[in-house]
Design a protein around this ligand. Sequence first.
Ligand code: GUN
Ligand code: ZN
Length: 461
Amino acid sequence: MASVKGSKVIAPARSVSAGGTDGFLYVGPYVHSIGLNDLQVIEEGVIAVTNGKICAVDSKDNLNRVAEKFGISEQNFHFLDNGEFLIPGFVDTHIHAPQYPNAGLGYDKPLLGWLDHYTFPMEAKYSDEQFAETIYNAVVKRTLSYGTTTACYFATIHVATAIVLADIVLKHGQRAFVGKVNMNVNHPSYYGESSENSLKDTETFVNAILSKKNDLIKPIITPRFAISCDMELMKKLSDIAKKHDVHIQTHISENRDEVKYVAELFPECKSYADVYDSAGLLTDKTILAHGVYLTDDEIKTIVKRSSSVSHCPTSNSCLRSGICHVRKLLQNGVQVGLGTDISGGYSPSIIEVMKAALAVSIDLSFEKDKSNQQTCALELKEVFYLATLGGARALRLDNKIGNFEIGKEFDALVVSLRGEPGGVDVLTPLNTLELLQKFVYLGDDRNVKKVYVSGKIVKQI
Ligand code: GUN
Ligand code: ZN
């Protein structure tokens, strides 16, 4: 599998202010999504970048005109080789950084048992700053290596090490949301917090992140899920989100026992989504992970509030949670992105999640066929959208990232299928769309040759 041997995750130059770099341009093929069903494949293009942002997108024929207009000198022309192409950086809309040591472990228990036996004991360790630093450096380096230019992280309940995660994200030059987790009820004795501390630490955390005044990092309010927070806490967290105009993330309807337990805890609410809606947690800046068992009514509520869903198919399979009907969410107008959900999911790679999204949607289409509720499986162009522009839209970052539109930040990957060190054999001539298919099905971090965030190189092989 993937090795980062020979690759460097490079801390961006500190002397350069956010987004500020010399202009440069790429000449060659690129692929990006304009919409769910609109994949653009350009075989001979030019993408020019100044101050970290895309300033021109043109055809190769106009290379010199573009270079002259934006004052880009020839030494800053990058010509892509055969087998190479550019794509936008991946967006991971749901990942638990502290759970990374458990990736690939403990899939013998479904969600609630898994949380008690594996996840809470691991998260409790993040009172230790040194441990947190080691693991958080590893997660950020690894996700960047796989091409995740934007990540939406859960940390733990510990405010100090949640800030450490934000600092490490900035050190490595990734774009991210980071959330200090809230859990005031139904938690183990060794891992939980009082309502008072939960609110105080959340305020401290939000202020600490906002005071960094760095466009790459944003705080996100993170009530773990409706089982871990009472209504009063959730309402007050919603007030904090409103006061600072920040995002919210949580889990919803992932597992049948979880849904049942939430119904028992909140008998006054008509559904899981209604619990969050009653607390004021469903906003146009809310991202809800999983959504496997959402009812039609709940989907309507989510659409009405313009909240988004993070689809986490590797996790849904590993924890035997179920299959999310992504097509139905999309048809109803829900914004959907992809999430690794480490360590519910085993892999920190969105490439792996794209493959899983394809596979489970094919399985679901067979199931639906059996009950005469035909649905089309997702196509590769659609999961590529979910991994890039869809994720950006779900996080309300699509004015900044997600594709190669003029004015957006240059968050991009140079993909290479040229042989060593990648493990993909290209044995016949392929066009760029075919190379993209090979990359999604057979590629890994060895094929992610360069990673840019806001025009700065953050990984280079
Ligand atoms: N629900 C509440 N907490 C978690 C978590 O850490 N992972 C997953 N997959 N679901 C959750
Ligand atoms: Zn999760």
